[in-house]
Write a protein that binds this ligand. Structure first.
Ligand code: CTP
Length: 409
């Protein structure tokens, strides 16, 4: 499994057809290339009136395909090579003409021939004038495509090339890329699985404006949630971190350990895996002042009395013992000393399948940075140390193990 994210090493055939929105295909192309995809651009003749081959060549550093009978680099017949190797055929923008050809099995140019020949999943983003979109012929053709399982995204409403307002605009490049990502994820090794991930340091209220918390940024948990989504899982992210919600997953925002516990128990009822990347506060203030605590006169100090929080993983383990809850639980151990011994003890005590241990005293790993270096300890006695990697790569390594548990069980 590539550690580059979902697009890493994926072959995407990007079909560009002739409409003013063709210039936006350059943005789509650029995003895909930056995300690590190998993008082969196929342009229709009309597309080349709107945007140059050179634009896509510069973005992809690959030959651009325009002609069924012209073979760049002397390869095999392009429509066969491209059709066979594609992980996704994305047509953006898709004109009424190309939609019509594909829906009717015509293969009179390279792009329509590829559409007919490829077994790859297909995504089309229509763009045209409103009347063309609304025409019964186009609507029938789109219904045919959808009936075959071809995904159609948009069109959106807004200002059209003619200056008129209406339905027919190409959806935004980011939306097209997100839709492509979801389609590719369906081929992932966690497709059909439910994964619950926690992230962030919990906040334990002292009064309405203050809380006790820790340095956890939530980045590791978000990386795990995004990686699981990209491998096809249905993800619930339970988070106390102040990070924007990633797309394509359920996000439950919580503050305290108690709230996190409730959310975890609800979400893991039917889940395949629980990955507890959150730094749960072990203690909370015994009482939460109803009003902001004021300093009074000459008081020199303030004593906060703390009580133990529930241990979320222990509660999940107790449920597992009765036959409910996730099949696999993964914990994290953030340690400042005796890393392996402490992690091993937690693996056993919390009845985990896997624990991810990291030394939070390292400046290039752990809290708030984008990199991490961890040791994975499994119940099978395995110990796997990773080099310094991005949090996304660490996430993929953890999920490799989760996927392996699933195939082994
Ligand atoms: N954890 C939990 N509930 C808690 C505390 C921790 O579920 N109340 C989870 C964390 O999300 C993590 C793992 O347990 O996956 C280990 O967390 P850590 O704080 O290192 O362990 P503790 O059990 O709190 O042990 P200690 O603080 O004594 O090191």
């Amino acid at each position: 499994m590539s550690h580059q994210g979902i697009f890493g090493g994926k072959r995407i055939v990007l079909g560009v057809t002739g409409g003013i929105a063709a210039y936006k295909a350059a943005t789509v192309c650029s995003r895909l290339v930056q995300a690590g995809a190998l993008v082969d651009v196929v342009m229709t003749e009309a597309a080349q009136k709107f945007i140059s081959q050179l634009t896509f060549q510069a973005l992809t550093h690959r030959p651009i395909y325009t002609d069924m009978f012209h073979i760049p680099g002397g390869e095999n017949i392009p429509h066969i090579v491209l059709a066979d190797s594609a992980d996704l055929l994305l047509i953006a923008p898709a004109t009424a003409n190309t939609i019509g050809k594909v829906a009717n099995g015509l293969a009179d140019n390279l792009l329509s021939a590829i559409a007919l020949a490829t077994p790859a999943p297909k995504l089309m983003a229509p763009a045209m004038e409103t009347d063309m979109w609304r025409h019964p012929a186009t609507q029938r053709n789109v219904a045919t495509l959808k009936g075959w399982g071809i995904e159609v995204i948009g069109p959106a409403a807004g200002r059209l090339a003619s200056g008129a307002m209406g339905e027919g605009r190409l959806v935004e490049p980011d939306e097209i890329v997100a839709a492509a990502q979801i389609i590719l994820a369906r081929q992932g090794d966690l497709a059909g699985r439910t994964v619950v991930v926690t992230a962030g340091g919990t906040r334990e209220a002292i009064d309405p404006v203050r809380f006790v918390s820790n340095h956890s940024s939530g980045k590791m948990g978000y990386a795990v949630a995004e990686a699981a989504r990209d491998r096809g899982a249905q993800v619930t992210l339970i988070t106390s971190a102040n990070l924007p919600a990633p797309f394509g997953m359920a996000v439950v925002r919580v503050d305290s350990a108690q709230e996190m516990l409730d959310a975890v128990l609800t979400a893991t009822d039917q889940a395949t895996a629980l990955i507890m990347a959150a730094a749960v506060a072990d203690f909370r203030p015994l009482t939460v002042a109803e009003q902001k605590i004021k300093k009074r006169g000459d008081t020199e100090g303030l004593v906060l009395e703390l009580v133990r929080n529930p241990d979320i993983l222990a509660e999940v383990a107790a449920r597992k013992a009765t036959g409910t809850g996730p099949d696999i639980t993964v914990g994290f151990a953030a340690e400042t000393h005796d890393l392996l011994a402490n992690a091993h003890e937690k693996l056993k005590r919390k009845r985990l399948d896997l624990i991810v241990a990291n030394d939070v005293t390292a400046t290039d790993a752990g809290f708030a940075v984008d990199t991490n270096r961890v040791t994975l300890l499994g119940t099978d006695g395995s110990i796997e140390e990773t080099p310094l990697m991005t949090k996304r790569e660490v996430a993929e390594t953890i999920l490799d193990r989760v996927a392996r548990f699933l195939t082994d069980s």
